[in-house]
Design a protein around this ligand. Structure first.
Ligand code: CMX
Length: 145
């Protein structure tokens, strides 16, 4: 079976962000600002995901996303209970989520959601389960025009 990289390699633009599960969003934002000089770019609630998230930027444009749960049934709540705080996802920007899902499906890799969902800053997102990727949850991100 081809690796996921071969399957959607033609659609990948690069790493969009790394997502960290945190207990206290305000405290985590302060920590990333004070320790590393990251700049708060945006902060929003995603009710569908049951989270509040903040995107922080570095001067080269790289991004760290802080993810806090606002719903005990959310993926972030489950992650925090099982793993504690830490890296929850690696997000890759793609040119087309719909096409990525099709190409993954052909390689018997089903996306976590049957259809793309709304992500931060007007993006569309879907996920590849860590069982396909060596234990890393991959988020696919498409910026809407
Ligand atoms: N990174 C690495 N491994 C993970 C993981 C993660 N984020 N989440 C779960 N796992 C592991 C578990 O530890 C477990 O491993 P073992 O079998 O070795 O114990 C295995 O995956 C369990 O799989 P599961 O039963 O499907 O696990 P969950 O119920 O925890 O669900 C997942 C996992 C990926 C389906 C769920 O987290 C999900 O739906 N994620 C997509 C949505 C999401 O992450 N939303 C938050 C971010 C939103 C945003 O970025 O905007």
């Amino acid at each position: 079976m081809p690796t996921p990289q071969e399957v959607i390699g033609d659609l990948i633009i690069g790493i969009d962000h790394i997502g960290l599960a945190v207990q206290d969003l305000d405290g985590a934002i302060e920590k990333w600002q004070n320790l590393f000089g990251a700049r708060l770019h945006s902060r929003e609630i995603n009710s569908e995901q049951g989270i509040e998230e903040a995107m922080l930027h570095f001067s080269d444009g790289s991004q760290v996303q802080l993810l806090a749960s606002i719903d005990s049934q959310s993926a972030i709540s489950k992650f925090l209970t099982k793993h504690g705080e830490g890296v929850q996802q690696l997000a890759l920007e793609v040119t087309s989520i719909a096409q990525a899902m099709q190409q993954l499906e052909k390689a018997q890799i089903s996306s976590v959601y049957p259809a793309q969902k709304k992500g931060a800053n007007g993006t569309w997102i879907n996920f590849i389960h860590p069982k396909y990727t060596g234990g890393v949850l991959i988020e696919l991100v498409e910026y809407s025009a």
